[in-house]
Design a protein around this ligand. Structure first.
Ligand code: PGA
Ligand code: ZN
Length: 429
């Protein structure tokens, strides 16, 4: 089944920023699209998202060069190739780009084609995308990590911490995780509005808070969990994305909200104190992507109690993940397609993570689209966890809803492990 045509055009993400949609057509007329997401608190080791930088067009954010690269370079190179050769075709695009970080053609250009190719291939095989990507082996419905309050780069630095999230560790089914999260999200919103602490909605759909320090949100979270009728720690645990690379200047960490500066040792002590004080099951990027000493020390002290996720630390890059495994820097990897820029490399990143006995968490970006590719990726690989922002706004809900459809399609074959999956890395008792 040969690729007959590839086209790209500009569409707009959940922030209204330009991104590209790639449409790929097969010789029998089957067509599929890949929609490319975009981050705001991006890691320095990510593959490059090519933007035009022309301030007269979309304030520098248009992607017309990436679109031209799809039409003029990638399309001619892939014309006539088999759509089922995902890996060979991805490698061809990577070689055509010729740079370490996909900066010539753009990771956004390459990823859009790569995603559209996988989807078209699935249709051609008459399979759901998760079946095609997982060779029929994927059947694990993920446990959700859902944002209640947004901060950092996603909420004008209302808090220095980027995400305050919950994980419904007591849930026995995927549906129950959604019900629990729905109840907590709305309880938190009511509580914050009553106290005059809610300014609006942050980029990923969570509440945009107005607090004086970074610890007050914990109290709201705990209160909201209880108000909704759940026991913190038993039914619902707290999860954080510190996004600490954004707080680090190469020497120290700082909280702008509180006007405080921390040495790496002091910041370590703060992260440790929070993990001891609050029912935290998962923490992402507690330290900067270059502060390996702290990562190592933290994994040693908390790695059997808390899921420690590297996002900016690893940027879905196989070499960086392998280095992290070797040096025992964490026990989990955040997986984002556009950090590395192709479907094959993303599958490899998940595989390397799982082979080491670590847990992958498949993730959306803060700038999302109506594409639910990541749900299929998570189920295909039995990744077990999904992070998509909050429980509001359609670019988020399209993912939570797609999991329901995948579960229906799987029928009796669908599995849900919930928090049991943490037993692979944590001592839960
Ligand atoms: P980003 O945020 O998409 O803006 O990078 C998500 C995250 O940090 O996990
Ligand atoms: Zn992150």
């Amino acid at each position: 089944m040969k690729i007959q045509n590839i086209d790209a055009y500009q569409i707009y993400d959940s922030r209204g920023f330009p991104t590209l949609e790639v449409e790929l057509e097969l010789e029998n007329g089957i067509k599929a699209c890949g929609l490319v997401p975009s981050g705001a608190s991006t890691g320095q080791f990510e593959a490059l998202e090519l933007r035009d930088g022309d301030m007269k067009r979309f304030r520098g954010k248009s992607v017309f060069k990436a679109i031209a690269n799809v039409r003029e370079e990638i399309a001619p190179a892939l014309m006539g190739k088999s759509v089922f050769e995902q890996r060979a075709n991805d490698e061809l695009m990577i070689a055509l780009d010729g740079t370490e970080n996909k900066s010539r053609l753009g990771a956004n250009a390459i990823l859009g084609v790569s995603m559209a190719m996988a989807k078209a291939a699935a249709i051609a095989r008459d399979q759901a995308l998760f079946e095609y990507l997982g060779n029929g082996e994927g059947n694990l419905i993920p446990l959700n990590e859902i944002q209640i309050l947004g901060g950092g780069a996603h909420a004008g630095w209302a808090t220095d911490i980027q995400d305050f999230l919950v994980i419904a560790v007591g849930a026995k089914s995927y549906e129950e995780t959604l019900e629990i999260t729905h109840n907590i999200y709305h309880a938190a919103g009511e509580l914050m509005k009553k106290l005059g602490k809610c300014v609006g909605i942050a980029d990923e759909g969570g509440w945009w808070p107005d607090y004086k320090n970074n610890e007050e949100p914990f109290e709201v979270l705990l209160e909201a969990i209880k108000m909704a009728g759940y026991e913190p720690g038993r039914d619902v645990a707290i999860s954080l994305d510190i996004a600490a690379s954004d707080l680090y200047d190469g020497t120290n960490y700082s909280f702008k909200l509180e006007g405080k500066t921390f040495s790496p040792d002091e910041f370590y002590d703060l992260m440790a104190a929070w993990c001891n004080k609050y029912p935290i099951i998962s923490i992402e990027d507690p330290f900067a992507d270059t502060d390996f000493n702290n990562w190592k020390r933290f994994q040693k002290e908390f790695g059997s109690k808390v899921q420690i996720i590297g996002d900016d630390l690893f940027t879905t890059n196989i070499k960086r993940i392998e280095q992290g495994i070797e040096q025992e820097l964490a026990n989990s990897v955040l997986i984002k397609l556009n950090q590395i820029g192709s479907v094959s490399e993303t599958l490899d990143a998940i595989n390397v993570t799982q082979q080491a006995g670590w847990l992958p968490v498949v993730s959306a970006r803060s700038g999302e689209t109506e594409d639910a590719f990541i749900c299929h990726l998570a189920v295909a690989t039995n990744a077990g966890q999904l992070k998509v922002g909050s429980f509001a706004r359609s670019e988020r809900q399209v993912k939570w809803n797609e999991n329901l459809r995948i579960q229906r399609k799987l029928g009796a074959k669908a599995r849900f492990l919930g928090a049991e999956l943490y037993r692979k890395i944590l001592r839960l008792d």
